[in-house]
Each structure stands twice: as C-alpha cells, then as structure tokens.
Design a protein around this ligand. Structure first.
Ligand code: KG4
Length: 338
C-alpha cells in the first residue's frame, strides 16, 4: 500500500495543500491572498480569515488533482511554525480535525525544515536529490541562515542574520523606492536593466558566518533621502540602477559567507531555499560560486522557493517513515529556528 501524505501550509499569506505519494509529488495547490496588496504588507487578521475561506477548497483540489479520496491518506502533515499565529492555527486545527475524522496520524513540520527539504520534492523516481551532508542557504522574508544538513532530521545553523533577513532588505528598500509589496520580485525585474556598480551601499563587517542587513537598509535609505533633497525625480530617473546596485550588494553579502562556509565544512553540495532564492541574480551567483568552489549546486524550481505545501508534505513523508507523529495537544508556535 502507498504512503500518501497530505501536506498543509498556512504560515503566512498562502494557503496551500499538496499530496506526496511514496515520496513523489502528485499535486500542489496554492491560493495566494491578494487582500494584503493595498496595505503594503501582510495583515495577520486578514490572513487568518482568508486561510479559513481557502483551506477546504484547496485541500479538496489537492486530493482531486492527485485522484485520491480522503480515505486513501496515510497521514496529514501541517506547518506548526514559525509564522503568524492566527494563520498557523487555521492549518493546525484543520489538520487535527481531518485526522480525527479519518483516524490517521498528524505530523507537525517546522516551516524552515520544510524549506530546506524542498530539494527532495520529486516528480519522478530518478530526479536528483542532494547527498548528505550539504549546506543550505535559506533566505526568505523572515530568515537568512546557512544550515549544515546532516540528514532529513539533523540540521545545524552555522550562521544567521543578527538583525534583518535578506528578503526584508529587498522589501523595505523597494518600499522606499515606492514599489509594491513584496518588493523583492520588482527589484529583480528592474535590476535586469540596471548597472549593478553605479551605487555603493554599506556592507556589514561581522565575524564568523552570521549575516546583517540592517546597515545596508539604512545606507540605502540615506542615499535616497540625500539624492531626493537635490532632485525630486531621482528615484524615477535611476530606478534600474538603484535596484541593480541593491541586488548586487545583497548578493555579495550572501555569497561571501556562503563561500566561507563551503571552505570551512568542505561539503560537496550546496542548496538554496526560501523566497529570495527565486531571485535571478542570487540563483546565478550561487551557481557561479559552486562552479568556482567545485561543489554541486541545487537551485530549486521557482515554484518551490516561496511557501508551498509540497515541501511540508515531503518533510512529513520523512517523519512518517520515522514514525515521528505528534499529539493533538501540540499547539502552533510563532517563532523558532531550525
Ligand atoms: O519564503 P517566503 O515566501 O516567505 C517567508 O518569508 O516565509 O519569502 C518571501 C520573501 C519576500 O521578502 C520576497 O520579496 C522575497 O522572498 N522574494 C524575492 C523574489 N521573490 C520573492 N526577493 C528577491 N527576488 C525575487 N525574485
């Protein structure tokens, strides 16, 4: 009999459900919430309400696309945290209720583990997956970490941001430029036409493998304020160069520590994950770094860089094999690291 895992993701503003059968992806349905656009960021209360509306149709669509009935499921994996508590409560409560109704186990998944394990999502049995141990650069709106992955369940953070995440730097700088939220993809698009060396912004000087992006954010803000005082049309006239120079700086910061981590750990494989790993410049730079250092690069499909339930389902699949289930008394958590 097949092991069929339903994954549910509701940590932020995407409601998603996916089915992994015997380790292979059968379906991955994502309902994004447009309600936040006019506010320039995710509004937690609106996010949980939208999850409440979306969760039944999304789970239903994932099952239908996989041609499975609820009774075919072996277990339900759900994102327990970190994330917005009200959003997490919707997915957690739904998973508990459905598992009680079907009398199948529930599996709690750490959202960050799921991002790291997204490279194990396969459509075909012969798709390549990373060999342990490998390094994962996890870069999202809330995290920037270099993680040593020894197994599906054994992960160690070697370095992480001491202030803002890389995604936060993209989004906040984009906001200063008047771009819509989330700004990362807009910076990516504009950067393709700009000069990455036109403007120079502050880079952090901190020891070890930790990151910092708050100084860059401030430096970007002050550059713009100063320039705008002399020329109100400065941003409009220099949009592409500003975006390209910002992206170039963020990439340099990310790559510098990742190179150090490769040399320190001597791993043979490097993977990236999280929303910022959708960035064209980041993807190119990591591929280039891996060529230079002679290690294999795993760059995820763009669909698996941002929040999705396929990564929750695959993380659940490995926990299912370990019989690592959770009890109904487990509550979601807002904050946690890997
Ligand atoms: O992993 P994610 O979907 O959400 C969490 O933080 O959990 O990441 C969202 C972040 C946002 O900061 C967004 O601007 C950024 O990923 N992002 C990008 C790109 N696509 C998404 N940043 C730069 N370039 C992109 N193409």
């Amino acid at each position: 009999m097949s092991i069929n895992i339903l994954g549910i993701e509701s940590s932020c503003d995407d409601t998603s459900a996916a089915i992994i059968s015997d380790g292979l992806l059968l379906s991955n349905v994502i309902a994004s919430q447009s309600v936040h656009e006019e506010y320039g960021g995710v509004v937690p209360e609106l996010a949980s309400r939208a999850h409440q509306q979306n969760i039944v149709p999304v789970v239903d669509a994932a099952l239908r696309r996989a041609s499975l009935r609820p009774s075919d499921l072996s277990a339900i994996a759900f994102t327990r945290g970190p994330g917005l508590l009200g959003s997490l409560l919707v997915g957690t409560s739904f998973a508990k209720g459905m598992s009680l109704g079907l009398r199948i186990p529930i599996i709690d998944v750490n959202h960050l583990h799921a991002h790291v394990l997204s490279h194990f999502i396969r459509n075909n049995p012969d798709d390549r997956v990373p060999q342990f141990p490998y390094l994962c650069l996890l870069v999202s709106g809330g995290n920037s970490q270099i993680i040593l992955v020894r197994s599906h369940s054994d992960m160690e953070i070697l370095g992480q941001t001491i202030d803002d995440a890389a995604g936060e730097a993209f989004d906040k700088c984009a906001k200063v430029m008047g771009l819509p939220y989330p700004g990362g993809p807009h910076i990516d698009r504009l950067a393709a036409q700009g000069d990455p060396l036109r403007f120079r912004f502050a880079r952090p000087h901190i020891a070890g493998l930790d990151y910092s992006f708050s100084g860059l954010k401030t430096s970007f803000l002050y550059t713009l304020r100063y320039a705008l005082a002399g020329d109100p049309g400065f941003i409009e006239a220099n949009k592409a160069d500003l975006a390209a120079s910002l992206q170039h700086t963020i990439i340099e910061i990310l790559i510098d520590k990742l190179r150090k981590a490769i040399r320190q750990t001597r791993v043979a494989t490097v993977a990236i994950g999280g929303g910022v790993s959708a960035n064209s410049g980041v993807r190119e730079a990591v591929a280039q770094l891996c060529r230079e250092e002679g290690v294999e690069a795993f760059i995820p499909q763009r669909a698996f860089t941002t929040d999705n339930a396929a990564m929750v389902a695959i993380a659940g699949h490995f926990k299912y094999l370990d019989k690592d289930f959770c009890s109904y008394s487990e509550a979601p958590f807002a904050r946690v690291t890997v």
